[in-house]
Ligand binder design. Structure first.
Ligand SMILES: [Zn+2]
Ligand SMILES: [Zn+2]
Ligand SMILES: [Zn+2]
Ligand SMILES: [Zn+2]
Ligand SMILES: [Zn+2]
Ligand SMILES: [Zn+2]
Ligand SMILES: [Zn+2]
Length: 222
């Protein structure tokens, strides 16, 4: 019987209303814990929907895509469907959102406590302390925290900072060139391609030729 059931589940397919393909029934997952409706969208399509919401709409409050359902996906729901990259993006966005000034309503994550409150952000870390039971939890990662820190959030902030620094140093390097005359580094900080070095040499940022001599054929100033 068990074997039969297993076989049954593996072979039964259902048409996904988004991609219209016949997909294994097991690929229709419950989207949030509060969803009690039929599952009509396959796992892959839910993943694509999440990616779209994040990347094209910049939305972290992602609602269940099933018809008529308004439940919001939490962190573990997103993790279930999104690929690694989308999930990282979701984490970053949620953290940014949680650190913004917008108050959001949060339920206390203590399973024995049923209270919830508006969580006012703008602190350094998105930790909510329940007014009723004192339980502390990370709003981004949805787990209890000791003290006032979430290690994952700190890691996330550090990664973000490193990413910004790397981007900045890359763009700094791309703004530097060596003067063909004295080889000292010269920074371009405005739109003009006509460079004047501190040695007095004038050259073209695009083709590096002497500004007052003919430019290279490919150069716009030729
Ligand atoms: Zn589908
Ligand atoms: Zn739903
Ligand atoms: Zn509580
Ligand atoms: Zn966290
Ligand atoms: Zn020079
Ligand atoms: Zn100029
Ligand atoms: Zn030139």
């Amino acid at each position: 019987m068990l074997l039969y059931l297993h076989y049954f589940i593996k072979t039964v397919k259902r048409e996904c209303i988004i991609c219209t393909e016949d997909v294994d029934l097991i690929a229709f997952l419950n989207i949030t814990d509060q969803c009690y409706h039929e599952r009509k969208i396959c796992r892959e399509c839910v993943g694509k929907y999440i990616k779209h919401e994040l990347e094209d709409n910049g939305n972290v409050r992602i609602a269940c895509p099933e018809d008529g359902c308004t439940e919001i996906l939490d962190q573990k729901d997103v993790k279930k469907f999104a690929n690694e990259e989308s999930f990282r993006r979701y984490e970053r966005f949620t953290l940014k959102f949680a650190l913004s000034q917008i108050p959001t309503f949060q339920w206390c994550l203590n399973p024995n406590c049923e209270s919830g409150q508006d969580h006012y952000q703008g602190d350094k870390l998105p930790i909510m302390t329940c007014n009723s039971c004192g339980h502390k939890s990370c709003v981004v990662h949805g787990h209890p925290v000791d003290d006032d820190v979430c290690k994952e959030c700190i890691q996330l902030l550090e990664d973000e900072e490193r990413r910004i620094q790397e981007e900045e140093s890359e763009s700094y390097v791309s703004r530097l060139k060596q003067c063909p005359n004295c080889v000292s580094r010269i920074e371009k900080n405005e739109g003009c391609d006509h460079m004047t070095c501190r040695c007095g040499h004038q050259f073209c940022w695009v083709c590096m030729n002497d500004w007052n001599k003919p430019h290279e054929p490919h150069c716009a100033f030729n």
